[in-house]
Design a protein around this ligand. Structure first.
Ligand code: BTN
Length: 338
């Protein structure tokens, strides 16, 4: 099938004009947008309400405190291998949305072998695992969901989330990041801090095909205020930029993740997690380290020792090696560990 990238991105034009961080006079902006200067001011207020820092310099004009690289279908598409681009039924780039996962879950699933993808500059109700919120300031990260139809539900879960972690790590290396690792089942880490996470949701009928939505949230950069907000909720945070020698490109990160996800999905459907286990083990942040597994009513301590063929976590308690499947257990690195 032909490459089909349909962008529905509706950036307010004012933001496009200010995105590079250069100072623009109110008069020039009004002329470009063919509106009054009062309307420019209203637009500035709206951008501020979305969390963007817009400086107003008296008699000189407006500029963004931090330039923003807006999502761009052409630059994202440039990261796709032509075979993978042909698997893309729809690529939707949004200015704002409640949650990209919710949006795709409410749509009809794509046909087998094809993907529908949604990315947004801002999510008002980004969802994380275990009912948590996913917080990312406007234009700072990648919020992406990919809808896929699996013929066989049993094959799809639960190890799929580990395959997604491998795909995302490979994409971050492509974008210039060094030292990215994975914390079971699928948190993306850099130096024991969370750079990103994965939320997989599905609608399936027993024995029938599964409509799976894979949500990936990545901090590409992390403004200080957002870092503090995330860390106040208990999770040390990092950004892809922390792992890169040069500032990473958001579009490259987004395109590379999409390309690696599509590549992974094909292989996962044919071979399952077996094709990714070695790669996952090589990225495991906790292997050989003291850790705790939190269950509903119990905490089990031991040494993390990788995952089995099905992607279950293995924890050596000293008496035995216990197995935990994702969904039932949550893993913590032991604090104060040397
Ligand atoms: C986690 O808690 O670690 C998972 C975070 C997943 C966040 C992503 S952002 C894109 C997609 N849409 C959502 O509402 N959540 C996921």
């Amino acid at each position: 099938m032909a490459v089909s990238i349909a962008s529905g991105l509706d950036h307010p034009l004012l933001l496009v004009l200010l995105a590079d961080g250069r100072l623009r006079s109110g008069e020039w902006l009004a002329g470009e947008l063919k509106v009054s200067r009062a309307a420019v001011w209203k637009g500035v207020e709206r951008l501020r309400a979305l969390g963007l820092g817009v400086e107003a310099l008296p008699r000189r004009g407006y500029r963004l405190s931090d330039p923003v690289e807006l999502l761009d279908a052409r630059r994202i598409g440039a990261e796709l291998d032509p075979r993978r681009a042909g698997q893309l039924r729809k690529l939707e780039l949004l200015f704002e949305v409640d949650s990209t996962n919710s949006r795709l879950l409410s749509n009809a699933p794509p046909p087998p072998g094809m993907a529908d993808v949604c990315m947004s500059e801002l999510q008002h109700a980004g969802r994380g695992r275990r009912g948590r919120r996913w917080v990312a300031p406007f234009g700072s990260g990648v919020a992406m969901s990919l809808a896929w139809t699996f013929a066989d539900t049993a094959r799809a879960l639960p190890a799929l989330s580990l395959g997604v972690g491998v795909a995302v790590s490979r994409a971050l290396v492509r974008a210039g990041a060094l030292g990215v690792s994975l914390k079971w089942p699928n948190d993306i880490w850099f130096r024991d801090r969370k750079v990103g996470g994965v939320l997989i949701e599905l609608r399936a009928e027993a024995g029938g095909p599964a409509h799976v939505v894979i949500g990936v949230g990545i901090n590409v950069t992390l403004p200080e205020a957002a870092r503090r907000e995330i860390e106040a909720a208990g999770a040390p945070a990092a950004a892809v930029a922390d792992a890169c020698a040069q500032p990473p490109s958001r579009n490259q990160v987004a395109g590379a993740i999409l390309d690696e996800l599509l590549s992974m999905l094909g292989e996962f459907e044919r071979e399952g997690f077996a094709a990714f286990r070695d790669a996952w083990l090589a990225l495991d942040a906790l292997r050989g380290r003291p850790a705790r597994v939190l269950l509903d009513r119990e905490v089990i301590s031991g040494t993390a020792c990788g995952v089995d063929q099905e992607g279950a976590l293995l924890l050596d308690t000293g008496q035995q090696v216990r197995k935990f499947v994702s969904g039932e257990a949550s893993l913590r690195v032991n604090e104060g560990e040397p």
